[in-house]
Ligand binder design. Structure first.
Ligand code: GRG
Ligand code: ZN
Length: 328
């Protein structure tokens, strides 16, 4: 009984530390502001912003504060005739925005609003002969796009439209001596690319290509004195790496190699306790991108009051379960 009471006290204190209501208000305010500097900068990636904001709300148990029909009808208007989605209405399609559109529809259990074959043909059409993926018709190649294609088609139940074997071989060709991955063969290891490659290998059942101890060592070395994580050696810590690094560590089963409490304290320190939102580092300006990665990081750390997020699909676990259990 004494133990139970103590656990509850710690639990309540932690709950109090995350400013749930303020973050909800911050996310809503970003959505409403249309004319200020941040909105202008965000205009071309509004669909990514919608994914970050709405997934944060769902993780906090507050998805209901946004008008679902309005979001879905706007998302559908961002689709191009190719089947891909743009960052906003009338913008050129790109694989980055297509995944965000699919993820938001998945949050609302509205994947059936899509012509699934059309979207998956757009994505599979971006695969190149060597197994890599371009982001759009202009051809930039990056392991980010490999992850997006694999994640997107897995959610849509159309992985067979890809050459998965070649896709995996290309990702493996981007693996470095330090156990990490870069954006193209020979590219420097970076935590963002590592997340993409590790999550793509997890989704395709190909984790045997990873040396988990070697990569786990490189990833846990990303934790600095303040408790935050950086993206590569000698760089500053940043809240978004609480997602890129931590999700990778969880997928390869090495999360116990970092100090989870110190990381949670670092994230909580990056909150704007007055007006809501989370920044990259303590005292910096908040934005919806780092608010999402802060909340998602706390979710991976099993912070009380935050729903669990899937480390490979970057969607709440209940959403991922609904997709895959529903399909069985
Ligand atoms: C669904 C979560 C999700 C992702 C979709 C877009 C994408 C797939 C993945 C992006 C992976 C990536 C490359 C992330 C890194 C982003 C970042 C903070 C880049 C900054 O790099 P530098 O070099 O910063 O400017 P550092 O921290 O190294 O100084
Ligand atoms: Zn960042």
């Amino acid at each position: 009984r004494v133990v139970t009471i103590r656990v509850n006290i710690v639990h309540n204190r932690m709950m109090g530390d995350l400013e749930v209501e303020k973050h909800v208000q911050f996310i809503l305010s970003v959505e409403k502001k249309k004319d200020d500097f941040e909105s202008v900068v965000m205009e071309h990636i509004r669909i990514n912003g919608a994914y970050w904001g709405l997934t944060s709300l769902d993780l906090l148990g507050k998805l209901g504060v946004v008008d679902q029909d309005e979001v879905i009808s706007w998302i559908m208007k961002c689709q191009d005739e190719s089947g891909g989605f743009g960052g906003n209405i009338g913008h050129d399609p790109h694989i980055l925005y297509t995944l965000s559109a699919v993820q938001v529809l998945a949050l609302y259990d509205k994947l059936d609003a899509l012509d699934i074959d059309k979207v998956s043909s757009y994505v599979s059409g971006l695969q190149n002969e060597d197994g890599s993926f371009s982001g759009d018709i202009w051809g930039e190649i990056d392991t980010r796009f490999s992850y997006i294609a694999i994640c997107c088609l897995s959610i849509l139940g159309r992985l067979e439209k890809l050459n998965v074997q070649k896709a995996v071989a290309y990702i493996v060709s981007c693996k470095n001596m330090d156990g990490g991955f870069g954006c193209t063969p020979g590219g420097e290891s970076h935590s963002g690319q590592i997340f993409c490659c590790v999550a793509a290998l997890a989704i395709t059942g190909s984790l045997h290509h990873i040396d988990k101890d070697l990569l786990g060592w490189w990833l846990c070395e990303r934790q600095v004195k303040s408790g935050g994580l950086n993206g590569r050696p000698e760089k500053l810590p940043d809240v978004c790496y609480s997602w890129w690094v931590l999700s990778s560590l969880i997928i390869i089963d090495r999360v116990h190699w970092i100090d989870k409490e110190k990381l949670a304290a670092f994230i909580l320190n990056c909150q704007d306790k007055e007006n809501g939102g989370i920044s990259d580092r303590p005292e910096d300006a908040v934005d919806v991108f780092h608010t999402f990665f802060g909340v998602a990081g706390l979710s991976l750390l099993e912070y009380p009051g935050v729903k669990a997020i899937d480390p490979a699909y970057a969607l709440p676990v209940d959403v991922v379960d609904r997709i895959f259990i529903g399909r069985r």
